[in-house]
Design a protein around this ligand. Structure first.
Ligand SMILES: [Zn+2]
Ligand SMILES: [Zn+2]
Length: 207
């Protein structure tokens, strides 16, 4: 299976989470809130931390979380509601690219003039400090929403499980894994299994 979507993205400072890694005889992928463990895939490298914590405590913690994970009483997920969406802020719900970076200030909203003595920051007069300018005849699909006009509302999407609230966005993505079953572990932590492996994710609020 493709584990890359379960890794953290490039702006996550924990670079050791950017790609899957091998640890304790298994392969892992994590973004910090959802972690998957599958059969060892030798194409990935052994886990290598880059900080005091990630070199020492993290690998032990991770292996600990997965200890005896096979023994949980896994349940089928209750039916999930559709995810809440909100108007795409990238295109104000038009579905097309309606703004582009102002050419004069390159999207900054201000211009800086300096000499060896002083530096001045001046509001860009072409875009009045907005950094963007309107496209007169929009015709390119908005890249934020892919033309859908709506985007998933990450702040306003939770699913109430008997054990507490969890992100509905996370549940929707995990529920696509064949054979997905979950169990509450403790506190905010949930474990799950699917055809091919096990995993864990964090809830939002405990009961
Ligand atoms: Zn400007
Ligand atoms: Zn859009």
């Amino acid at each position: 299976m493709n584990l890359i979507p379960f890794c953290s993205d490039k702006d996550d400072a924990r670079e050791y989470f950017h790609i899957p890694f091998n640890l304790g005889g298994c392969t892992f992928a994590t973004n910090g809130s959802v972690t998957l463990r599958v059969k060892l895939d030798p194409k990935y490298l052994p886990f290598k931390g880059t900080s005091e914590f990630s070199r020492n405590e993290l690998p032990t913690k991770l292996l600990d979380f997965f200890k005896n994970i096979e023994n949980f009483d896994f349940k089928v997920l209750p039916r999930l509601a559709k995810l809440n969406t909100k108007e795409c802020a990238g295109c104000d719900g038009v579905g097309l690219k309606i703004k582009e970076d102002c050419e004069e200030c390159e999207g900054e909203g201000d211009l800086i003039f300096s000499n060896s003595y002083n530096q001045y920051e001046v509001e860009c007069q072409s875009c009045l400090g907005k950094g963007k300018k309107k496209i007169e005849a929009p015709c390119i699909t908005c890249h934020v929403c892919d033309g859908d006009k709506q985007v998933i509302d990450h702040e306003n999407n939770f699913h109430r499980l008997p054990e507490g609230d969890v992100s509905a966005v996370i549940l929707h993505s995990l529920n696509k894994l064949a054979g997905f079953r979950y169990a509450h572990k403790e506190g905010l932590m949930y474990v799950f299994k699917f055809n091919g492996g096990y995993g864990l994710f964090m809830g939002i609020n405990g009961e």
